[in-house]
Ligand binder design. Structure first.
Ligand code: AMP
Length: 199
């Protein structure tokens, strides 16, 4: 990871994570620790809304802390989860998944993924792809709790080895196993990477 000399201000952090709890209790614990660390730094949460799984752990921990929680959820999903406990200060109900992504990107200064399923993976990969193509210049990171993302990181290295991904792009992805280190690295990473435009 290349480091900048100046610190980036992260006021709003977009978190992608599982709508399930996962098997290892460390995943839920890490979400709790990240929430406390965000509150210490006055970083607001932007996330997919709702109280399920790791998403719910994060938002319910932040509910009683002095930061704001913004949930952005498509109306179809909202209808399915509205009966659950909600911890948002602001819940934005949008029409489509694309509108949701647009609003999440607009309102955030950085993106991180915590352990999750295909929804989390899709959101993480899109944020990274958009960085690669220059659609945003916001840091993207992974909280690699208990090595959850090791197989994905191995796959990304395989893409580099096979000539499909640039090493400097992979180096721009922040990977840390502890929440405090993750937030420190997001503030410090140098994102002056050449864009990938294949011609
Ligand atoms: P997954 O990792 O497959 O559990 O999907 C989690 C990601 O997809 C989250 O970051 C959300 O943005 C979105 N998502 C999936 N399920 C829900 C749900 N029940 N409520 C809100 N967002 C969800």
């Amino acid at each position: 990871m290349k480091k900048t000399s100046s610190l980036r201000n992260i006021a709003n952090l977009c978190v992608f994570c599982g709508s399930s709890e996962g098997r290892n209790p460390l995943y839920m614990q890490a979400a709790h620790t990240l929430a406390i660390e965000m509150a210490n730094r006055r970083i607001n949460l932007v996330y997919g809304g709702g109280g399920a799984g790791i998403m719910g752990k994060l938002s319910s921990t932040l509910r009683h802390l002095p930061v704001s929680v913004v949930g952005i959820i498509p109306d179809r999903i909202y209808e399915m989860v509205r009966h659950l406990d909600h911890a948002e200060d602001e819940l934005i109900v949008v029409g489509t998944m694309h509108e949701r992504k647009g609003a999440m990107y607009e309102r955030s200064d950085a993106f991180v993924a915590l352990p999750g399923g295909i929804g989390t993976l899709e959101e993480l990969m899109e944020a990274l792809t958009w960085l690669q193509l220059g659609y945003h210049e916001k840091p993207v990171g992974i909280l690699n709790t208990a090595g959850f993302f090791d197989p994905l990181i191995a796959m990304l290295h395989h893409m580099v080895d096979e000539g499909f991904l640039r090493m400097n792009m992979l180096e721009s992805l922040v990977v840390e196993s502890e929440p405090k280190a993750l937030l420190d690295s997001l503030e410090r990473i140098d994102l002056t990477i050449p864009q990938k435009i294949s011609t």
